[in-house]
Design a protein around this ligand. Structure first.
Ligand SMILES: [Zn+2]
Length: 202
């Protein structure tokens, strides 16, 4: 059985504890209502949504982001974009993937964001301790050995986070599909301090 709960010692952090035929020693969650003792994590999310919807009232928003900004960021669980950037519901587009890499699909989203939904600024956010610094393009070979097929996509692993932010900015600025490439800024989010560090595009 797997229990999902909010840890006492690391509030706000989702941890997984595997318990077989016994109770966990850390079974007292910071928020008792956050604990589930049966079902999957998805069941838990669906339950949370019922509470969310019960308190929800239609804000009557347009789909166009209020701040006319799109944020491209790593999917890392420690990066709470809205909290870290002071964003409210409806303020921005958030486009996330492993690494916050500007892939063709990110360009697709940015193109729709700019041309159909009115955004004009792009903010790129990588972070310290990213998983993409810990692997290499050899991951594709590992996959081929494991499953008999090499993925068509690049891993987009990197060694220097600052350089990868610069490359990301360059990919956005040089995309022929985007109409707003003047206000493109890149940052590294420090997962220990919560601070953004801006990267000089030069
Ligand atoms: Zn990351």
């Amino acid at each position: 059985m797997t229990l999902f709960f909010r840890s006492h010692s690391r509030p706000g952090t989702l941890v997984t504890s595997t318990v077989i035929g016994m109770t966990t020693s850390a079974s007292v969650p910071a928020r008792p209502e956050a604990a589930i003792t049966q079902g999957t994590v998805t069941d838990r999310l669906v339950e949370a949504n019922k509470r969310y919807a019960a308190a929800f009232s239609d804000p009557g928003m347009d789909a166009r982001p209020v701040l006319h900004v799109a944020v491209v960021a790593c999917m890392d669980a420690r990066l709470d974009l809205h909290a870290a950037l002071g964003l409210e519901l409806g303020d921005c587009h958030t486009i996330r993937n492993a690494g916050g890499v500007v892939t063709d699909d990110v360009i697709r989203s940015l193109t729709i964001s700019q041309r159909k939904l009115g955004t004009r600024s792009v903010v790129l956010i990588h972070h310290t301790g990213c998983g993409l610094e810990a692997i290499t393009e050899d991951f594709r070979n590992e996959l081929e050995m494991a499953v008999g097929q090499r993925p068509a996509w690049a891993v987009e692993a990197f060694r220097d986070v600052d350089q990868d932010v610069r490359q990301s900015m360059q990919r956005v600025r040089t995309s022929p599909f985007l109409v707003h490439t003047d206000d493109v800024r890149g940052f590294v989010f420090d997962v220990k301090t919560g601070l953004l560090r801006e990267i000089d595009p030069a």
